[in-house]
Design a protein around this ligand. Structure first.
Ligand SMILES: [Zn+2]
Ligand SMILES: [Zn+2]
Length: 380
């Protein structure tokens, strides 16, 4: 088992209220495509912003309090994944819509059972008699995942007052909710007294550039390399043309080569990063069985630490984890780093205790089973 707790410096700095505890951040995260960051300090309603390095795009997990995200960052979000629609995870829908309306063309929203209707109800709460005139049409592409993996989908366009436009139903392949050349997002339902989606965000294999081979070709890096990486990772045909443009001290240059001719400038792919986002769940054997294979070995695990373990009976009634249970889960699944979040406001002045309890359970070689035996009985 791994025995170190590593946490993102800016996140834990807020978590532990600027204490001077040493901070470890996995160095390999720094250059990766996935750049995850909690939007808030851990007492606020949750939201995880995952910036995609060099892609000018981001993913958002949960719509809690997003007031800390400036419009420029919200406009970069292409997909929003909502774990469940308790208010603390979904009340950010309105401020999100407020920013993207009239400025952004599309936004994909993905959630669990009942999600399409819930988004529609939110939209129906407003009067849309002028938005059809906005020069930029906004289309919300809303996808709802059923417990059986089958999905419902609907579009809501600002052109027609966000009327419900049914879209073809779909089926998820396994637990894959979203798949694109550079990354995929998986989701599985855990029990929180209601279905709640836990997520894993996976960066696909990562290509590195062979600088010497570039030099041998007499070209320099440029935006075309990104295009080449996309083409290679998505399995595009070898004859597909890539427009190679670069600039050096002699000026600008351009040529066209095929994917097949250029492929050699990319070195073998390294395994991609995996990030887990687990919030709002009961500590039950069934939830642990669902989670363990799903989040095994993640590079970074964002996990709720709602209550102190001394209050575990209360945590159980509220269908939440304690910090010790969260740390224990992280250790059991072999997470490489843990970021605790979603602290109950009852511990406003005791955040250090929550972080320390999660850290102790994550670092400890074993936790007494009678203390941490999964509870079978839950609350409401
Ligand atoms: Zn909840
Ligand atoms: Zn919550």
């Amino acid at each position: 088992m791994l025995a170190t707790l590593a946490v993102a410096p800016d996140q834990i700095a807020r978590t532990i209220n600027a204490s001077n505890k040493p901070l470890n951040f996995p160095a390999k995260l720094m250059r990766h495509l996935l750049q995850p960051q909690l939007v808030n300090e851990p007492f606020s309603d949750p939201a995880l912003y995952v910036d995609l390095r060099d892609e000018r795009r981001a993913l958002l997990f949960d719509l809690g309090d997003i007031s800390g995200l400036p419009p420029r960052k919200l406009l970069r979000v292409s997909h929003v994944f909502v774990s469940h629609t308790h208010m603390d995870h979904f009340a950010g829908f309105d401020p999100m819509l407020r920013v993207v309306l009239g400025r952004k063309k599309s936004l994909v929203l993905i959630g669990g059972p009942g999600f399409v209707a819930q988004v529609e109800h939110k939209l129906r709460a407003y009067t849309w008699n002028v938005v059809h005139r906005y020069p930029v049409e906004l289309v919300l592409d809303v996808r709802e995942i059923g417990m059986d993996g089958r999905g419902q989908r609907a579009h809501f366009s600002s052109r027609n007052g966000f009327a419900h436009q049914p879209y073809a139903a779909f089926s998820c392949t396994g637990d894959v909710l979203h798949d694109e050349p550079l990354l995929r997002v998986r989701g599985r339902f855990v029990d929180h007294g209601m279905p709640c989606l836990a997520f894993v965000i996976e960066e696909k294999a990562r290509c590195r550039v062979a600088k010497d081979r570039l030099a041998a070709m007499g070209v320099s890096t440029g935006a075309w390399l990104r295009e080449l990486k996309h083409a290679v990772l998505s399995g595009s045909p070898a004859q597909m043309p890539i427009h190679v443009r670069w600039r050096d001290r002699l000026g600008e240059h351009a040529m066209t080569r095929s994917v097949g001719e250029l492929r050699d400038v990319l070195l073998d792919a390294a395994p991609g990063l995996r990030i887990g986002y687990v919030t709002d769940m009961r500590f039950t054997p069934e939830n642990l069985r669902t989670l363990a294979p799903f989040i095994a070995g993640v590079d970074q695990l964002f996990i709720e630490c709602a209550f102190l373990h001394a209050d575990r009976a209360h945590a159980q009634r509220k269908n939440h984890l304690t910090a010790r249970q969260a740390g224990w889960i992280a250790r059991e699944v072999g997470a490489r780093a843990v970021v605790p979040f979603h602290f109950s406001s009852r511990y406003r002045s005791r955040s250090l205790e929550l972080a320390a309890e999660a850290q102790a359970a994550f670092s400890a070689p074993a936790t007494p089973p009678d203390e941490d035996a999964p509870a079978d009985q839950g609350g409401s």
